[in-house]
Structures are given as structure tokens and as C-alpha cells.
Ligand binder design. Structure first.
Ligand code: ZN
Length: 470
């Protein structure tokens, strides 16, 4: 039995792990590498295995850094099942189709330029047809239900509390010599976050592969986060500008709407016009509403009392481009939720063009901003940015509200690991090096273990797992 670390190694994106057991080959996640263009170019490289030889894929959750290369697997000949939670299947349908549509559009624009230059055309990274094909290969599994997906491979998904349908993947592997229980955390949610339940704690594992995105951070406490959001609204309503919230369409958009409904009075939200300016976020909100059974106790209570937990009287859903462009004329009193979350694309860039240089305006970051993204540059205090070749000065107030994260912080990661009996060997993935080394030091101090921080391409021999990994 072998585990190949093929992605999200010493970085946050590109999640991909290949498991070889009893003659079977199983892939866990097939995520997109996201970041600077030089890194993203790696998505076009050949897979370091033959996709046609894979027996199955298990998908932890729908985010593109976990699912985005699935259509490429199909292009390369994979025809097997993709096992995941039903809500992840619904959200992956939205995300993969959207990504493919953008990829096709980008290729079209690029090829027009190339044709003029007499260069060879490029292929889109993924196509809608391939996305559709892979979605047909999805097989749904509810949480806490073990299924034998291959002879000697038992799969159980557990709620990871990160986005709707997100799963911790537990695999019980049996070959003629031994049994091994592997647990992949996927992305773990933030305790007490709105809407979703807290990440499930497991007790048994022979090897744990854990994310470490926020391994070096402590999130702000929940009541502080709520107060901070409220203060931004108060301050902004006195200044008379707009509030821009770069929003991940899945998860963050729904959390914000949910919080807005909860705090409509104490945050003075009835004085604002709120725009959900993202067709994808609108669709994702419908999926969140449909899967209300996955919501936590508090959301269930609110649903019984208020009906739809995402509805607001002054919320406008802007689907079309003309509707979105009409928002540009508003100088004051608009709260604009738009993608993309890290500001690398999407409608938020248009809103930046119209608001970033105005000191009455506010930009509120509520999610992780990866290195090299426009969002990260703003958070790091850039005084000016470039949009479509034009230099825009940054005069708007930039806020970072940390507590809304969809990821567990260092303490929560330590607590999640602590639940396992006997301190099983631990592999850290899905984190930037600084976060990983800080977390590894904390793990060594608390539990006396040496967590492994593998580089891409490293292989972990599951037949020789000591108490501690080499
Ligand atoms: Zn995620």
C-alpha cells in the first residue's frame, strides 16, 4: 500500500493524492493549482499517472482546488466513478461548469490574438462537455454511511463543516497482508461558524492527512468578529460610500447573507441596498437552501421561525451583466457582494474600478487571500493596483475580518487531531510552508509527534508506518 502526494504539498491548492492498495488505484481529490500564471500553467501538465488506469476518485468537497482538474481526467481517459457527498455533487456542477465556461472564453480571446500573430491556437484548460461528462460519473454517499467502493476499500464520509457537503474521507483498506485506516481531513471548517455543523471528530486512524491552511493563525473570536462587522457598517454609513465585499460564491456568500438576516437591526442594514452580484453565488444559495437538512441546530431553528435563512427584504439578486453594471452608478449606500473571492476575476474588479479610489468606500475581506492575488496585495496594503492596464489608487478603507474563515485555525486543528487515539502518524498538506512549520512545532510540543511535511511527488509507504514517520 502506497500513498503518493501529488498536490497541495507545501502549498494551499492543487489537492491530489494517489492511493495504491491491493492492485487498485484510487485518487483522492483532483484539484486545480491556483495562483500566479506560472503556477497555473502546471494544470496543463500531464498527470503523473495514467488516468485510464484509475479505478475511482473520491472527492472531499466541491472547491476547485480540490475538484478543478476532474474534467482533465476524463479528457485523459478516466471513466470510473467519482465518489462524493450529494451536496458536493450539486456544488461541483456549478463550479466545474463555470470554470469550463471561463476557460473556453479565455481560450477564444487568446486564440483571436494568436491568429493575428500567426501562432498556433491553444485549447481551453477544460470544456463544458468534459465537465458534464465527469459530473455524470459522480456517485453520491451520505455522511456516516460506509460503502465498499472497491474490493477491500471501504469509504465513509464525515461532515467536515467547511462548505456544504464537505467531507472528511475515511478509508479502510484491506489487502492480503494488513488493514489500514486512513483519514483525509479535506478542508476542515471553523468551529461555531454559521449554518454548518462543526467538523466531525474521529478516533481511529493509522495515518492522518491533515490540512494546515491556517496552521499559524488564531482566528478572532466569534463575538469579536460580529462586533467588528457591525462597526464597519456603522462607520461606512456615516462616511456615505459603498461597501465592497469580495465573496467566494460558495460558502462565504451564504454565511454573509445568513449573518445579515440575523443582524439586520443591530448592524443598521435596513439603511443599505444589498446586492448579491454573482450568478454563481445565487445558484449556490439555492443549493444551500435545498440541503437544509445539513444545516446546524441554530440554522434549523431560524428556518422554523423565519423560513428562508438567506432572505432579506432589501436584497437584490443581480444575475445579468446590465443589472450588475447598473450598480456602478450608485455612489453611496450599496453593499456589494461579488466574486471572485481573491479578486483575480469576476465582477468585483469592475466594482473596484468605480470605488477603490474613493476614500468614503470600504472593502471588506472575509476570506483567505493566496499569495500573488489582487486580494492579497490589497490586504498587504498596496497603495495602487492595476486593472485592465489602468492604475487605480487605493483610497478606500481595507478591512480584514478574520473570524469568518471557512478553515479551522491552529487551535482547532490541534483539537481535531487530539481526538484521535494514540497520536497516529500525521502528514500535513494544504498549507504554505510558514503555516506548516508553525503547526508542526505546536504538534511536536503538545503530542510529541513529528508531523511529516511532504514535498510534491513524495511517496508514503503504508506498509511501514511506525509510531512516527521518518
Ligand atoms: Zn475548500
Amino acid at each position: 500500500m502506497k500513498l503518493h502526494i501529488l498536490g497541495a504539498a507545501r502549498q494551499v491548492t492543487g489537492s491530489m493524492f494517489l492511493l495504491e492498495t491491493g492492485g487498485h488505484r484510487l485518487l483522492i481529490d483532483c484539484g486545480l493549482i491556483q495562483g500566479p500564471a506560472s503556477e497555473e500553467a502546471r494544470n496543463r501538465e500531464r498527470f503523473p499517472f495514467d488516468p485510464a488506469s484509475l479505478d475511482a476518485v473520491v472527492l472531499t468537497h466541491a472547491h476547485l482546488d480540490h475538484s478543478g482538474r476532474l474534467p482533465l481526467l476524463v479528457r485523459a481517459g478516466f471513466r470510473g466513478p467519482v465518489h462524493t457527498h450529494p451536496a458536493s455533487a450539486d456544488l461541483a456542477a456549478i463550479l466545474l461548469q463555470d470554470a469550463a465556461m471561463l476557460a473556453e472564453r479565455d481560450a477564444l480571446l487568446e486564440n483571436r490574438k494568436r491568429e493575428r500573430k500567426g501562432q498556433k491556437p491553444v485549447e481551453p484548460l477544460t470544456t463544458r462537455r468534459e465537465a458534464e461528462a465527469v459530473l455524470k460519473q459522480f456517485r453520491s454517499h451520505e455522511y456516516q454511511t460506509a460503502s465498499e467502493i472497491l474490493p477491500g476499500v471501504l469509504l465513509t464520509l464525515h461532515d467536515a463543516g467547511h462548505i456544504l457537503g464537505s467531507a472528511i474521507v475515511e478509508l479502510e483498506l484491506r489487502d492480503d497482508r494488513r488493514t489500514r485506516r486512513l483519514v483525509f481531513s479535506g478542508d476542515l471548517g471553523h468551529r461555531d461558524a454559521p449554518i454548518l455543523r462543526d467538523p466531525t471528530r474521529l478516533r481511529k486512524a493509522d495515518l492522518v492527512v491533515m490540512e494546515s491552511t491556517y496552521g499559524d493563525r488564531r482566528h478572532r473570536r466569534w463575538p469579536d468578529t460580529v462586533r467588528e462587522m457591525g462597526e464597519i457598517f456603522t462607520e461606512a454609513s456615516e462616511g456615505g460610500g459603498n461597501i465592497l465585499i469580495p465573496t467566494f460564491a460558495i460558502g462565504r456568500a451564504q454565511e454573509l447573507l445568513y449573518l445579515f438576516q440575523q443582524h439586520v437591526r443591530d448592524w443598521g442594514l435596513d439603511r443599505w441596498a444589498i446586492f448579491l452580484d454573482s450568478p454563481m453565488a445565487i445558484e449556490a444559495t439555492e443549493v444551500y437552501t435545498r440541503h437544509w437538512r445539513l444545516h446546524d441546530e441554530e440554522a434549523a431553528r431560524r428556518r422554523r421561525r423565519n423560513g428562508n435563512v438567506f432572505a432579506l427584504p432589501n436584497l437584490r439578486l443581480t444575475r445579468t451583466a446590465p443589472q450588475s453594471m447598473a450598480i456602478n452608478r450608485i455612489r453611496s449606500g450599496a453593499v456589494i457582494l461579488a466574486g471572485s473571492g481573491m479578486c483575480e476575476g469576476g465582477r468585483i474588479r469592475h466594482h473596484f474600478k468605480h470605488n477603490l479610489w474613493r476614500e468614503q468606500c470600504h472593502v471588506v475581506f472575509t476570506g483567505f487571500q493566496a499569495m500573488g492575488t489582487l486580494g492579497r496585495r490589497l490586504v498587504d496594503g498596496a497603495r495602487q493596483v492595476k486593472l485592465w492596464g489602468e492604475t487605480i489608487r487605493v483610497a478606500a478603507r481595507i478591512h480584514t475580518v478574520g473570524g469568518l474563515s471557512a478553515h479551522a485555525d491552529r487551535q482547532e486543528l490541534l483539537d481535531w487531531y487530539r481526538a484521535f487515539r494514540g497520536n497516529p502518524p500525521l502528514v500535513l498538506v494544504h498549507g504554505e510552508p510558514a503555516a506548516q512549520t508553525t503547526l508542526a512545532a505546536a504538534l511536536a510540543e503538545r503530542f510529541g509527534i513529528r508531523a511529516r511535511i511532504p514535498a510534491e511527488g513524495e511517496v508514503i509507504d503504508l506498509d511501514n508506518l511506525g509510531g512516527e514517520l521518518p
